[in-house]
Ligand binder design. Structure first.
Ligand code: ATP
Ligand code: MG
Length: 448
């Protein structure tokens, strides 16, 4: 009630239907001059306009500029068809099959140019849950605005006039720090359940409150996420985890019950004190790196999110009598297979995750030549960071992580002094091997 009142005071009324005339907000009121745009997006709009088309910077960039954040990218929307856009720029190409967009190359920048999308109608192909499958009709600017998800994402900036065209009261909502869905939230979530995740991510990233009407249905609609292609979920999850606000996002995902469909057993992991501490530490580290502009490794992130599940399976297999290392590999494969059913982690990232995990037992070996060999591993650094995190979370002794911190920094002689004595078990193994020598083994053992 109070929020409604506040939003009315700020001029925030419900999203207007698409047929309504938009508000044209002049630069004197919003303050965003054209030099705040990337030069590529500005030139793209200018060229399209010189050819007689409408062209605007649209979506996240306008929203981010309005709240004083740095836009990640500048997208352009136009009434020109992809073919017409293509004809305006020498360095451009059409991509996508179902809904074509054009990539325009401007110096180092690639600008995504999208033709206004049309209204969904009776002919729109949907699955049995209402999820839109094909979305390839062009339309007017007003229709395009109505197809966007949140009012703050449906703002069009015209570099020629420096005005913002606002069909759904997005500027007012942003001022009131509200993330409001365009249209009826339940219908919009049914059309595309990923919008529930976008709501959480954008609210956390931009410091907005999800409007109660858009927030309320999420809890009862979470199961719709099961129906989203795993590759799409992965993309969105990656955006969420690398938003610089992952801790906040994850907390909110949990509050809304949205984590169930994304990372199997994440709820279980988070309920174990050690698991929760580990994941939150990892995400807080990543958030800090991203906010400092250092970038992050998706492999590392997913390795941390799934590690406690690996630990659980690894323990079970060892309890059944499996040998330590084969059991680890089995546990890794199991966890990644289960994960793949929900959220398709790309193959390259799966490779990174496996390397980080499989190097962990090798940190326990601190005698002989093995520590030197581990240092030479290409993924040593990531695996070491992972080890430190395990220690910080209390899973292993901090002493091991400290030892590796010092070992890396030590010079040749100091390293020699740091090595631990060979464990009795290791010596026995070597003696056993001596009895049945394999060709390479004889030399190695006699040299030590
Ligand atoms: P980010 O800061 O992550 O780039 P964004 O809002 O710009 O956030 P994009 O995925 O770049 O997100 O999408 C660009 C624009 O396309 C959005 O601002 C929104 O207008 C529209 N859009 C994106 N995804 C959806 C969706 N699922 N449903 C409706 N509109 C969408
Ligand atoms: Mg964007």
């Amino acid at each position: 009630m109070i929020r409604k009142l506040i939003s009315r005071v700020f001029g925030g009324k419900k999203a207007a239907p698409s047929k309504n005339e938009p508000a044209v907000i002049p630069v004197s009121s919003h303050g965003i001059t054209r030099d705040r745009l990337s030069s590529g997006s500005r030139r793209t709009c200018e060229t399209l306009q010189q050819h007689g088309y409408k062209a605007f910077v649209v979506g996240g960039a306008v929203r981010d500029l309005l709240i004083g954040a740095d836009p990640k990218d500048f997208d352009v929307a136009t009434n020109a068809t992809p073919e017409q856009v293509r004809a305006c720029f020498r360095r451009s190409r059409i991509i996508g099959r179902r809904f074509q967009i054009v990539h325009v190359m401007m110096g180092q920048e690639t600008i995504e140019v999208t033709t206004f999308r049309g209204e969904l109608d009776a002919n729109t192909k949907k699955d049995e849950h209402g999820r839109v499958l094909h979305d390839n009709v062009f339309g007017t600017q007003a229709e395009d605005a109505a197809r966007r998800d949140f009012t703050a994402n449906a703002l069009y900036y015209d570099p020629a006039t420096e005005a913002i065209i606002d069909y759904h009261h997005g500027v007012g909502d942003l001022k009131a720090k509200t993330l409001r869905m365009i249209g009826e939230p339940k219908t919009r979530y049914r059309e595309d359940p990923v919008r529930m995740l976008r709501a959480v991510r954008l609210a956390a990233k931009l410091g907005l409150q999800i409007d109660p009407d858009a927030k309320r249905p999420i809890r009862e609609m979470t199961s719709l996420l099961e129906n989203v292609p795993p590759a799409r979920l992965f993309d969105e999850m990656l955006k969420l985890l690398t938003s610089g606000h992952a801790v906040k996002c994850l907390r909110q995902l949990r509050d809304e019950g949205l984590h169930h469909g994304l990372l199997p057993l994440l709820d279980v992991i988070l309920e174990q004190p050690l698991g929760e501490k580990f994941v939150m530490l990892a995400l807080a580290n990543t958030d800090e790196r991203i906010r400092k502009g250092k970038g992050s490794s998706p492999g590392f992130l997913f390795a941390t999110l799934l590690w406690h599940e690996v630990l659980m399976h690894w323990d079970k297999l060892k309890a059944k009598g499996e040998l330590k290392i084969p059991a680890l590999y089995q546990a890794m494969d199991h966890v990644l297979d289960v994960q793949a059913e929900k959220l398709a982690i790309t193959r390259r990232i799966v490779g990174d995750i496996k390397e980080i995990w499989s190097l962990q037992p090798r940190f326990e070996q601190r005698a002989g030549k093995r520590p030197y060999a581990l240092l030479e591993q290409p993924r040593f650094r990531a695996a070491y960071d992972f080890l430190v995190l395990r220690a910080q979370a209390g899973e292993i002794e901090m002493e091991i992580a400290d030892w590796w911190t010092r070992f890396q920094r030590a010079d040749f002689d100091q390293r020699g002094e740091m090595l631990l004595p060979e464990a009795a078990g290791d010596k026995k193994k070597r003696r056993r091997r001596k009895k049945k020598p394999a060709p390479g083994d004889v030399d190695r053992s006699s040299g030590e």
